[in-house]
Write a protein that binds this ligand. Structure first.
Ligand SMILES: Cc1cc2nc3c(=O)[nH]c(=O)nc-3n(C[C@H](O)[C@H](O)[C@H](O)COP(=O)(O)O)c2cc1C
Ligand SMILES: CCCCC(=O)C(=O)O
Length: 399
């Protein structure tokens, strides 16, 4: 059976990918079929909205003000292309924690994906594996982290930890992730509680008690031991326990060593928006930081994530790699975040919109489009590698 290594993926995706994709679109018409999903992220969002149930759409939404700020703030920076610099060969790969990622983005952890499509995370993992795009499955997935690891094969994968109130359960999740071949742990720290989500309140909708969305909990030996009866016999008690332990608002910096004691993998903190928190993370020995405001889902009126990035870059001074998410809709956004100092970005809602519209193939097409756009944006801006971009590729616009 043919095996595919990350390095081979690197070789097959980036070079000329954009041109191949364009040729498909303009001459072959995708072998005679129209695209399954719009290449325009605005149209993609609109069509996905029409396809989804109002409850699911409401859940995907966030706080209007912060979400709008996330998108609008990319305009605070613009790309200034350079010419005559031989951009015929390009490299989209980036190095992180001793690993080569074939593209400068990963799939952001997004829980409860079956609310938009019955194949949920399975379809996303299959599309990711097909293209070699790294994925970060959420603790709150509908498919166990072990099964997703199998689907991903040799595609790079990191595990997103929701740090619960039960230390033994947390340790068990970390053990399971290591055993299943995840190569980094992303600890999300902006979601001790879910924010004041007015659409969910209006719809009386709460997806996470849905029983099969708790599968990483229900299959966990430590979680099961805490129940009087197995979840198969008493669903209600299992859901109750999940609700009790899910978020841990008492955490402080003094708890960080717990993570280090329970995993050898690189640890990234997700949800850092303040430079002082970034400094403290470095002091605490954290391996990486994900600058993110959770896609504007947690605090209304929060600063746009891309506006927070330069301050954090300055605070961290290259001591650990920074990643970025919240508002990435097209290659130009990723280009700007990387030029400002992120090593890579996390793609969030757009792949979920592709999932809602056309399942696995929809995700695949969204990812292919994003990669093609990344490649062309790099070339036409006069650069040959995302890993070599810096702020000189941008102009700061007066606000
Ligand atoms: C429906 C939904 C569910 C999410 N679930 C998780 C999750 O389980 N864990 C997590 O760390 N972040 C979660 N996020 C946040 C994403 O990882 C990411 O930070 C966010 O989607 C980025 O914003 P954008 O989608 O607007 O680009 C979720 C986001 C959405 C939209
Ligand atoms: C139910 C798990 C929480 C998912 C999440 O992070 C979000 O809704 O933003």
């Amino acid at each position: 059976m043919a095996t595919r290594t990350t390095t081979q993926t690197v070789a097959t995706i980036p070079h000329q990918f954009g041109n191949v994709r364009q040729r498909q679109v303009y001459t072959d018409g995708f072998n005679g079929r129209r695209p399954l999903v719009p290449a325009s992220s605005k149209l993609l969002e609109l069509q996905a909205k029409e396809r989804m149930s109002p409850d699911a759409w409401g859940y995907l939404s966030g706080m209007d003000e912060t979400m709008e700020a996330n998108i609008a703030a990319f305009r605070h920076w613009s790309i200034v292309p350079r010419i005559l610099r031989n951009v015929a060969q390009r490299d989209l790969s980036v190095q992180l924690f001793g690993q080569t990622l074939p593209v400068p983005f990963l799939l952001a952890p997004i829980g409860v994906q079956k609310i938009v499509h019955p194949d949920g995370e399975g379809a996303v993992a299959r599309a990711a594996a097909k293209l070699g795009v790294p994925m970060i499955p959420s603790t709150a997935a509908y498919i166990t982290l072990e099964d997703l690891a199998k689907t991903l094969g040799d595609t790079p994968r990191w595990f997103q930890l929701y740090w619960s109130k039960d230390p033994d359960f947390n340790a068990s999740l970390l053990r399971r992730a290591e055993r299943a071949g995840y190569t980094a742990i992303v600890v999300t720290l902006d979601t001790y509680y879910l924010g004041w989500r007015v659409d969910d309140i209006q719809n009386a909708y709460m997806p996470f008690p849905l029983y099969d969305g708790l599968v990483n909990y229900l299959t966990d030996p430590v979680f099961r031991r805490s129940l009087k009866q197995p979840p198969e016999k008493d669903r209600h008690a299992a859901i109750q326990l999940y609700m009790e332990i899910f978020g841990n608002p008492s955490l402080t910096w003094a708890d960080i060593p717990f993570l280090r004691q329970h995993t050898k993998l690189p640890i990234l903190l997700k949800g850092i928006m303040h430079p002082d928190d970034a400094r403290q993370a470095v002091e605490a020995g954290i391996d990486g930081i994900i600058v993110s405001n959770h896609g504007g889902r947690q605090v209304n009126g929060e600063r746009a994530a891309i506006d927070a990035l330069p301050d954090i870059v300055e605070a961290v001074k290259g001591q650990v790699p920074l990643l970025f998410d919240s508002g990435i809709r097209k290659a130009a956004d990723a280009f700007k975040a990387i030029a400002l100092g992120a090593k890579a970005v996390l793609l969030g809602r757009p792949y979920l919109w592709g999932l809602a519209l056309a399942g696995e193939q929809g995700v695949e097409e969204v990812l292919q489009n994003f990669i093609a756009d990344l490649d062309l944006t790099l070339a036409l801006s006069g650069h040959t590698a995302y890993s070599a971009l810096d702020v000189s590729a941008l102009h700061k616009e007066p606000v």
